[in-house]
Design a protein around this ligand. Sequence first.
Ligand code: NAD
Length: 303
Amino acid sequence: MNNPGCGLPSVGFIGLGNMGSPMSARLAAAGYRVTGFDLDPGARARLADAGGTAVESAADATLGADVVILMLPNSAVVEAVLAEPEMKQALAPGTTIVDMSSSDPLSTRRLAGELAAVSVILVDAPVSGGVKGAQTGKLTIMAGGPESAVAQIGPLLAHLGRARRAGEVGAGHALKAINNLLSATHLLATAEGVLAGERFGLEPGLMVELINSSSGRSGSTDNKYPNFILPETFDSGFGLRLMLKDMKIATDLARQLGFSSRLGEQAVALWEQAAQDLPPAADHTEIARWTAAAARAGQEQGE
Ligand code: NAD
């Protein structure tokens, strides 16, 4: 696992979007030889500007890499990238693939089995902390996979945030989906609460401030309201449809484990309505503005 000259593993990085771009830039700044690919030429140019090498395909990013990091939208894309024939040829036995996307844990487990058959190790290591956490190296990283493999990539992950092993492969992806179902549910609950308070005559900023030193506080009141919703910038860098994807992973997982996540399913139904009403690139914090608009529309229709 050596990057000639500096003793660090060489890194292939596939998916250089809102998260992958700052993460790959941090690894390049830390001295890793990072070779990256994204379908978007602008994203590839950002990696080159940050000191990495941008290439024209996922297979080219993988060729010669000790560790291949994936930061892609979902499991379907992860599976499609890994199934490319050139990719299969580029993946040398002994390579570690680290799927840092928020993927589906059952798909991850299946994929790990397939990759093990060609002596490639899959570790899932999804993250929480948003674009800011990615820029500052303060992500929470939830890793799943063999202890030795997680330990081996520990020094690399330390440049991105604080990594903890949650269990065997898929454990990180399961935990991440559950986390985001909680996050999305309390964001929606907060939007409804703030709306009710506003209509009662309360000032939203003061409400959030007081909730933050009370028992109703959450990541929504602590971070999302003060930074993206109250200033009406709605620019956290995490798409609404990516959040909905994570919520569905969690509710589907519950169903596959034999029970229905009843509150979660209600939250999914409301976020699905928002996704139908809002443009494709809408930030997930838009759910607050959508909740207020939906309440107004409901009132006009006499609901
Ligand atoms: P993004 O849409 O900004 O980036 C995804 C990138 O993947 C895009 O640049 C896209 O061009 C690229 N891509 C898509 N298909 C590809 C392919 N076949 N080959 C190569 N590149 C391809 O998304 P993001 O916000 O960076 O999120 C990435 C993952 O991280 C998602 O799973 C998301 O749920 C998760 N995540 C995001 C955040 C956040 O705050 N944005 C936080 C935690 C986790």
